[in-house]
Ligand binder design. Structure first.
Ligand SMILES: Cc1ncc(COP(=O)(O)O)c(C=O)c1O
Length: 408
């Protein structure tokens, strides 16, 4: 399908009747009709539990659920049995940490260092902090390059050592949009035998992505950021490791044998998917992946980069407005955060909202990053495939209104 903004906009029902300029896709994306239809089709025609029954609807539900797993696996260049379907990125991140925690062999070598970055989202950072406390690990953070929104990748050589068990870095920032050189970091990590975890939540659906190219050993994301339903996410772990990890959540479907006193686990990935999952949500996520593939991630990134560039240039031209974003828009997934001399980010966002511009103020669950950048909060604009230059114009006009209100 050729990239046609008119056609794309027609596919998203909420663009008619919602905020005139939806610029909050990094918080959650809008949903195309095809994803809503795929979810509805499950509820209308295949409403049954998966894997546990052989009647017609149950077989259909299982097929749809497992087809979605295959689509998601292909989307990130993974094997289908490596893909664990979860409730979202936060659940994936916590589950992974728990799985590592519960696997004595992982800690057998005595490595007791965890390396992450100052840029991470709390969903990734906080579980690692808790893991470090439980295991008595030293937690260190890749810093920012001075005066920059980017990580100081040169510092990685000094931070990662033979004592490093885990290196966990996000693929792109959900605040400044900057894309991190994960494969470079992963090379250093692997030279020291460390396990590489990638939070792909902000980046996925914005740039083509392949787990092998990244050099990741585990990766996670949420479905709702890439046109999918809420309440569904993915945890991918490389097969060789996944087979060794202990499950962290227990219940039905995951077992091989159960006696009164003990249980053994089923195959991967079932072993990590106990209980009834968000079946309709997973099917919807499969449809979201179809949609993104049809439009093309390279095209999406090109389109979003152009809007990001326009927004940065337009905001730079406004007195008293300071952009806090990756300025090489090829390396930005579409986030433009900013601060204003004349108003607090919450006031900016409120007035923008009143003018039909949907944006988000705050620290965006990345408090340490804001501290490193020397700011308490930002107003974040985030673009996606359905935005256009009219959204940039709407944004700029609304920021001018905020200035007129506060600056005088
Ligand atoms: C980079 C990043 N990681 C993790 C998360 C957590 O995602 P969720 O709230 O869907 O669990 C987010 C959500 O904003 C995010 O931006």
């Amino acid at each position: 399908m050729r990239f046609s903004i008119t056609k794309i906009q027609e596919d998203f029902p909420q663009l008619k009747g919602g905020s005139e300029h939806y610029l909050d896709s990094q918080a959650t994306s809008l949903t195309p009709r095809s994803v809503i239809d795929a979810q509805d089709a499950y509820y209308l025609k295949a409403r049954a539990n998966t894997h546990r029954a052989i009647f017609k609807e149950a077989a259909l539900a299982t097929d749809l659920y497992e087809d979605a797993r295959t689509k998601i696996a292909n989307f990130i260049g993974a094997k289908r049995e490596e893909v664990i379907l979860t409730g979202g990125a936060t659940e994936s991140s916590n589950m992974l940490v728990r799985m590592l925690d519960e696997t004595p062999a992982f800690w057998g070598s005595g490595k007791r260092e965890i390396v992450t970055s100052v840029m991470e989202h709390h969903a990734s950072l906080v579980p690692l902090q808790q893991l470090a406390k439980r295991k008595g690990c030293m937690l260190s953070h890749i810093p920012l390059s001075p005066g920059s929104v980017r990580l100081d990748v040169k510092s990685v050589e000094g931070l990662i050592s033979d004592e490093t068990a885990i290196v966990s870095v996000m693929l792109a920032s959900n605040v400044t949009g900057t894309i991190n050189p994960i494969s470079e970091i992963a090379k250093v990590a692997h030279r020291h035998g460390a396990f590489v975890v990638v939070d792909a939540t902000a980046a996925i659906g914005h740039i083509p992505m392949h787990v092998d190219d990244l050099g990741a050993d585990a990766l996670f994301f949420s479905g709702h950021k890439i046109l999918g339903p809420t309440g569904v996410g993915v945890l991918w772990v490389r097969k060789e490791m996944l087979e060794k990890l202990q499950p962290a959540v227990f219940g039905g479907h995951m077992i091989s044998e159960v006696t009164k006193d003990d249980a053994t686990w089923g195959d991967i990935p079932d072993r990590f998917e106990p209980g009834t999952k968000n079946i309709g949500g997973v099917i919807g996520l499969g449809a979201a992946v179809d949609y993104l593939n049809a439009v093309g991630l390279t095209e999406i990134h090109r389109h979003v980069s152009a809007l990001t560039k326009s927004a940065i240039e337009a905001l730079d031209a406004l007195p008293g407005v300071h952009v806090v974003a990756e300025r090489d828009t090829e390396l930005n997934i579409g986030d433009v955060s900013f601060v204003c001399d004349f108003a607090h980010p919450h006031d900016v966002a409120e007035i923008l909202g009143r003018n039909g511009v949907a944006v988000r103020p705050g620290h965006h669950c990345a408090l340490p990053y804001h501290v490193e950048l020397g700011i308490a909060a930002t107003t974040r604009v985030s673009f996606y495939l359905y935005n256009d230059e009219d959204d940039v114009r709407g944004l700029v006009e609304a920021v001018k209104k905020v200035r007129a209100l506060f600056a005088d």
